[in-house]
Design a protein around this ligand. Structure first.
Ligand code: FES
Length: 263
């Protein structure tokens, strides 16, 4: 690859001064190492200090730098610029869609985080279990590995067409987390979780468009997780019982916490 000048076309918007968003083109030097994030940083440091975007880790771990590139959501920190250039050596960059824009490439993710909190994303272990090791089989750990890789970048959330018109929809990111907790054998409130997510604002609202799975930069499958939740919704009542039986098989009866799953 020879070094050359390419065009990064950015959707700009400052709600305090602009009536509406507009496109602005910047020329940047392309080298073998240029990522889209490094190109944005070059633009900010050398051409326009007012350009605003989020980033932190630069290693596709923190989830800060998700944006819409050539109309598809992705992380830009590990994205070689050359890979997304069209035949005219041009790429378009916009903020994640379906959310208000704070400025330039920064979307207001309040609804994303609000829905995440709604599913109680934390583990609720049996009472008295804080003092000892949680026991899980290798198979159980493997089953959860899939959902644990989520970095909360929001690429799935803002690719979902339901979010476009309905911010009360829980969204694929939070449903994936709920899936993980419901399947986690250490968690004691699977039925409460299913009550929260198995309704028309949650798993039953999914239209199975699969945009979320396509958008995930970590190769996760939120659409499948949502389908599993929807099926589990019909089994509410049996899950706690199964979990208690599992606990009995791993822990001597007199050691089972008084308020364990199924209470
Ligand atoms: S900057 Fe952290 S994921 Fe891209």
């Amino acid at each position: 690859m020879t070094n050359r000048t390419v065009t990064v076309s950015i959707k700009r918007y400052n709600p305090e001064t602009d009536k509406k968003p507009y496109w602005q083109d910047f020329q940047v030097e392309l080298t073998a190492e240029t990522t889209l994030l490094s190109a944005l940083e070059d633009i900010k440091s050398d051409q326009d200090g007012s350009l605003t975007f989020r980033r932190s880790c630069r290693h596709a771990i923190c989830g800060s730098c998700a944006m819409m590139v050539n109309r598809a959501n992705m992380l830009v920190c590990d994205l070689p610029l050359e890979k997304v250039l069209d035949k005219n050596d041009r790429v378009t960059v916009e903020p994640l869609p379906y959310q208000p824009v704070i400025r330039d490439l920064v979307a207001d993710q309040s609804s994303f985080w609000k829905q995440y909190e709604r599913v109680k994303p934390w583990l609720v272990p049996p009472e008295g279990e804080h003092q000892r090791e949680f026991r899980m089989t290798p198979e159980e750990v493997k089953a959860l590995e899939h959902a644990e890789m989520c970095i909360m970048c929001g690429a799935c959330y803002s690719s979902c067409p339901i979010i476009a018109g309905n911010k009360e929809y829980i969204g694929p990111h939070a449903l994936l987390k709920a899936f993980m907790r419901v399947l986690d054998p250490r968690d004691t409130i699977p039925e409460e979780r299913l009550d929260i997510v198995c309704n028309t604002e949650g798993a039953y609202r999914c239209h199975k468009v699969l945009n979320c799975t396509q958008a995930c930069p970590k190769g996760l499958d939120p659409a499948k997780a949502i389908a599993v939740l929807a099926n589990l919704g019909f089994r509410t009542g049996k899950i706690s019982q199964e979990r208690m039986e599992r606990l009995r098989s791993l822990i001597p009866a007199d050691e089972i916490p008084v308020k364990a799953a199924g209470d």
